[in-house]
Design a binder for this molecule. Structure first.
Ligand SMILES: [Zn+2]
Length: 270
């Protein structure tokens, strides 16, 4: 948006500097690119590089849990899911972040986190696998790339012009975006659909995803602070449950019978 300040600063009666002009043309190109052309702007290697830098930022800020049993649980489920996903050639990394919020997070390039709170909340590895599959689903659908191109076009433009990486403050902005703002409802529906599919393909009980959502919804009222981040970044749980239920039925699950099945067995550690 132009401001009076911009108009006053514009040089009069002479051509704009070439570098400035190149920036404007590139910027216009970025902003008018149709979605199918988006992959051309950010290569997979660049997506991974940005994701790795954002991951380092979040890990330094929030802190990692090193407990080998907890980490092994997340890595085992994550790797099984990634191996059957629609983007199997990424350097996926599955880690545990500190914090009592029940949440999971994914970054460009396949850097995926579960929180300690999530690991305490899930009642089975099938539930954990669904959450990891949902996050892998975001990565496989290139939702992060779309966000980067929509919201960080200027940071990416700077990278294109200089041939370098986004600055530290731009990486911090990107990391903050994925932690606090998350995705649109449509992207959440898509990640759920892929999550159910991948969990099923990997041999997990994909219906556990629906049980997980139902328990989340029931628990939300008991201790809202515990779910703060998850509900800010994963809106519309009731609509999502409806769609997950339909997708499970298409895969042959008999939901009505399974949904209320008691799940009291302790989590199995692999
Ligand atoms: Zn999501």
């Amino acid at each position: 948006m132009a401001s009076p300040h911009d108009a006053a600063a514009r040089p009069r009666g002479r051509p704009a500097p070439a570098r400035w002009l190149v920036a404007v043309i590139l910027c216009a190109t970025l902003l008018t690119m149709a979605p199918p052309a988006s992959a051309a702007l950010l290569s997979q290697d660049e997506e991974i590089r940005i994701g790795r830098q954002a991951a380092a930022e979040i890990e330094a800020e929030v802190g990692l849990v090193r407990d080998p049993a907890l980490v092994a649980r997340v890595v085992t489920a994550g790797r099984r899911i990634a191996a059957v996903s629609d983007r199997r050639n990424l350097p996926y990394a599955f880690k545990v972040l500190r914090g009592r919020e029940v949440n999971a997070l994914s970054l460009p390039g396949g850097f995926i986190y579960a929180t300690e709170g999530l690991l305490r909340f899930v009642q089975s590895d099938d539930e954990l696998a669904f959450v990891m599959a949902h996050e892998v689903g975001h990565v496989a659908a290139r939702h992060h790339v779309t966000i980067l191109e929509r919201h960080f076009a200027l940071a990416l433009l700077a990278r294109l012009l200089t041939g370098g990486d986004p600055s530290a403050s731009q990486i911090a902005d990107i990391a903050r975006f994925f932690v606090t703002r998350g995705f649109s409802r449509e992207f959440e529906f898509e990640a759920d659909r892929r999550g159910v599919t991948y969990a099923h393909r990997a041999g997990y009980d994909a219906a556990a995803g629906l049980v997980f959502m139902q328990r989340l919804r029931a628990a939300e009222g008991r201790d809202p602070s515990q779910f703060e981040v998850l509900f800010r970044t994963h809106p519309g749980l009731v609509d999502r449950m409806q769609r997950v239920r339909e997708h499970l039925r298409r895969l042959g699950y008999r939901i009505a019978a399974r949904l209320f099945e008691a799940r009291v067995s302790p989590p199995v550690l692999h």
